[in-house]
Design a protein around this ligand. Structure first.
Ligand code: PLP
Length: 417
């Protein structure tokens, strides 16, 4: 049986065609061709259930939350609160109060940097990250390090794109005040050994943040089992709307931290002689949140749970295997990131062709991939590159999408070599 047939057989309980029907955008065209969407690592497309949830809130259930005594406001508040409970269940948090809604993963990391880590930093102190971090897990640490005379240290990545765990451990020093690493690399696809990383951090008594922006949509995430101090992710990469992110933090940390921003909702009592803070998580949620977006994130979680994250992971692993074998047949193609533990990301360069040109040529065939540095300049530098091309898969992708990609890449290779 060929690869595609094997996948079709295994997919009996996972009906990708039925799933595709739930995503209206997949029926649209790009450049007059059927859309082949291979940029889910940048942002996933949205299922009908999420689009409908957003529309329904504005059509029938919308009012500001936690403020109004009237029925509509109470209803919107209840739906918003239920979404927090869904996040709590989805990541197996101990308590809904540990779930803070932010704009995105980026804001969640900035919140931890400014409200948790900054106060612990002095001159000469260090924050340990890795070379494969997204800029969102580098720059917020650089900003507080610069203000405090501390520095950000990056653990190296091997040629295969794996974290060098021995070097990582050697870089943990008495000066290390915080560890922050990505669970799944948005460029390499590498799934990092987060259990070991958290174990090392704990053994040295150092708080650890895990950037799960590329993990929650691909793997089961259980925050109690992992036992990190903070975990962050964005709704828009989890089939939810943009504008909503999640910070999970241990209640004891969140309780002890000062607020991030001041304003409505985050206070207990305001007076000109002094103001006191609301309880967690509201202490970190100043102002009116993205009410409809948060409710729709709840719908996205329902969607993922209905299919099952394990089934999604299996489907994507099969696509990754199929895609890896297929694109490696393209002459002059160099795959960046060949770790054995990988999520569904294929990053590559093509001899003689600038990634920008690859992206433009594929666009003409209706294929959407990402080109550039993917917000990971230090990682590209590590591999001697300024840019690369990236195809990434989600729950709705098929072997047909990969066949289209491979065919197009053969055409591009033929033109540039
Ligand atoms: N971390 C990783 C690994 C990412 O891939 C991304 C986005 O691509 C982020 C953080 C930042 O996510 P956002 O832009 O939604 O804040």
């Amino acid at each position: 049986m060929n690869d595609a047939a094997t996948i079709a057989t295994r997919a009996e309980t996972f009906d990708v065609e039925a799933i595709r029907v739930e995503f209206p955008i997949l029926a649209t065209e790009m450049q007059g061709r059927p859309l082949v969407y291979l940029d889910s690592a940048a942002s996933t497309q949205k299922p009908r259930a999420v689009i409908d949830a957003l529309a329904r809130v504005y059509e029938a259930d919308y009012a500001n939350i936690h403020r109004g005594i009237y029925d509509l406001s109470q209803r919107a508040s209840a739906m918003h609160d239920e979404a927090r409970r869904k996040v709590e269940r989805f990541i197996n948090a101990r308590d809904w109060r540990e779930i803070v809604f932010t704009r995105n993963a980026t804001e969640a990391i900035n919140l931890v940097a400014q409200c948790f880590t900054a106060a612990k930093l002095g001159p000469g102190d260090e924050i340990l990250v890795s070379e494969m971090e997204h800029h969102a897990n580098i720059v917020p640490w650089q900003m507080i390090a610069e203000a405090k005379g501390a520095k950000v240290v990056a653990a190296p990545v091997t040629d295969a794109g794996e974290l060098d765990l021995e070097a990582f451990e050697r870089l943990i020093k008495p000066e290390t005040r915080m560890i922050a690493t990505v669970w799944v690399s948005n460029v390499l696809g590498t799934i990092n050994p987060v259990t070991e990383i958290v174990g090392l951090a704990k053994a040295h008594g150092i708080p650890v943040l895990i950037d799960a922006a590329q993990a929650v949509q691909h793997l089961p995430v259980d925050v109690q089992t992992l036992d990190a101090d903070f975990i962050v992710f964005s709704g828009h990469k989890l089939y939810g709307p943009s504008g909503v992110g999640v910070l999970w933090g241990k209640a004891a940390h969140l309780d002890a931290m000062p607020p991030y921003q001041g304003g409505g909702d985050m206070i207990e009592r305001v007076s000109f002689s002094g103001t006191t803070w609301n309880e967690i998580p509201f202490k970190f949620e100043a102002g009116t949140p993205d009410i409809a977006g948060i409710i729709a994130l709840g719908a996205a979680i329902d969607f993922v749970e209905r299919i099952g994250i394990e089934a999604i992971a299996r489907h994507e692993a099969e696509l990754l295997g199929y895609g890896t074998r297929a694109i490696q047949q393209v002459p002059g193609l160099r795959l960046i990131g060949t770790a054995p533990e990988k999520a569904s990301v294929l990053t590559f360069t093509l001899e003689g062709a600038h990634p920008q040109d690859i992206g433009m040529m594929l666009d003409l065939d209706g294929i959407a991939i990402r080109t550039g540095h993917h917000c990971a300049m230090p990682l590209h530098e590590r591999f001697g590159l300024s840019a690369s091309a990236r195809a990434s898969f989600g729950v709705y992708n098929t072997t047909g999408d990969i066949d289209a990609l491979t065919k197009s890449l053969h055409r591009v290779a033929g033109m540039f070599q």
